[in-house]
Design a protein around this ligand. Sequence first.
Ligand code: GLU
Length: 407
Amino acid sequence: MSLINPFENALSQLARANDVKPFARDLLTRLSHPHREIRGYIPLTRDDGRLQMVEYYRVQHNNWRGPYKGGIRFHPDTDVNEVKALAFWMTLKCAVADLPMGGGKGGATINPKELSKAELERLSRAWMRALVDVVGPEKDVPAPDVNTTPEIMAWMADEYAQATGDTTGAVITGKPIGVGGSLGRDRATAMGGYYVWEALKDRYGLPRVCDVVIQGFGNAGQHMAALFFHDGHRVIAVSDSTGATMNTQGLDIPALVAHKNATRQVNGFTGGEDLVGSELEVSCDVLVPAALENQITRENASRLKTKMVLELANGPTTPEADDILFGAGVPVVPDILANSGGVTVSTYEWEQNKKGERWSEEEVFAKLKRSMETQAALIFAGSQELKTDLRRGAFVLALERLATHQR
Ligand code: GLU
């Protein structure tokens, strides 16, 4: 994990929101401690017969508003502080999105890219088996996050159904469509971020055609790039964990996705040039961090040359960097608003599973759009009124909603 502890950053964000609008001390103290942290080791038998002990986690942060909700991250750098921070942000995010959900997060410290498909399936099923007593449609509802896919959700849903007899699928979201997934869930995080961006862009005077830089080319980053591309904007640089590619005329995103699928990297793309130096410092109108936390820090924040940061990743900007950017007049659209489209459509999936319904993609996106626009407008107005940044504005809105559910 990075040297910056993301949970400390999360607590500092909480304190900073309280500076602009004071809340009851008990509320803040309660939210500073997760309800429960579960961790242990999964014995994973590798294909060559070797035994590997894999550390796994589920942090159930808060369930005042509804079941714990949040994804599962498989990453070699995942640790308990990261999962705790991510669980905390889910509580705030579900409140911002006004969902009947609390916050949780899970993970396993492993690089799934080094596993065979059979190994990944064994690990995923074992993760669910280890947690089968603490998750459930009315208790805790996991979902995908970094490096976890609909296929993994399907294995986990099946494992849960075998153990409990509950075949509704409502225990986990982000499933493939054929096994109860919601239409639109795959694009939901990016779509939600795009709706928020559309709702805010004029208020911050962004040009009609924007130059966009995207850090991260996983689910959120790829779909976001495609949305900007198809709307006629120029996506001028895209990075992934192996490198970055750039084209000031705009990258051909469908071609870049095909290149990434074939080579598993963005480097070497013939429609762009491999970028030396940081993609975060490329001059642009919108910078979209869509990878991991702690990317925009006090070291590089003053070198950013963007008119807006739109956080599709969780926790990409540290509190020190927030201050630098706010001082420079660069709005940071915070993660708990900008990426809340994912968990919003996850919640639609959970609802459909429980009621045995199937909603059309049009219905899903129309509902998502209304919700994202409503919360974006509230947060914009709140932050203007408090003369503060959008993150504090979003935290204040979430804390007000959590306060009425405290128990
Ligand atoms: N992992 C996503 C997030 O960080 C989605 C969580 C969910 O759908 O429950 O918001």
